[in-house]
Design a protein around this ligand. Sequence first.
Ligand code: ZN
Length: 287
Amino acid sequence: MKNIFVFALSIVLCSITGYAKEPVKVLIVTGQSNHNWEASSVILQKYLNESGLFVADMAVSPKKSEDMSKFQPDFSAYKAVILDYNGDSWPAATNSAFLQYVEKGGGVVVYHAADNAFSRWKEYNEIIGLGGWEGRNEKDGPYVYFRDGKEVRDDTPGRGGSHGKQHEYVVTVRDKKHPITKGLPASWTHARDELYDRLRGPARNMTILATAFSDESTGGTGRDEPALMVVSWGKGRIFHTILGHVGNEAEHPAVECPDFIVTFLRGVEWAATGKVTQKVPDDFPGK
Ligand code: ZN
């Protein structure tokens, strides 16, 4: 009897305080990249688990050129799949399981170089919205960027994807109402990172939440390039961040700065649940 009372009381308390929520199960897919995925995947997993909002599992693919046929993560067991992968093609069964997962409403987070992956996979390009490198060009869709405060879609022929030298740069919010960006400063300075530019892709059902000015003096385009985006595909919600370069150096400022952590965790929550319950912390730059 006493146990039942305690159980009932805890339900009441939990429903008042909101702590009844089980952490959301999410999956990091990694194992191959032109980046230091051994470091980045562990850093992302730590942020997710320490937030208390998520429990993050890791699906690590076989190494480059190894047999990929048994790499079949159970996407459907998760609310969001975080892509930290840029490498060999997955088996056909894994590709279709992934598409089915997104189609049915699964969340996806496209992290940094994951938008380089799978350039010849049509649906993948639709899901990421914009991509770069790996032979992408005008056949893959327009360049998309901001000019004079407005989104531009530019069909000029040319390569998709490049970046200048790493530097600190200003990120500017373009959609203040979206759950991911709501309450963030209008702009802030992001720690030293790559600034992807000249991304191109189908960009259908895509909203640019924030841009970053790609200064020609750092080897950039002189344009406000997309930095944070959301895409819908089937019933799935996709959050795409170009931020977060992790190389072989000992320091990883691009993922260790508060703005990366905050936008990443907000993006994962939105992709997984459609909502963002996290407050913007006081150490957010520019707040
Ligand atoms: Zn990079």
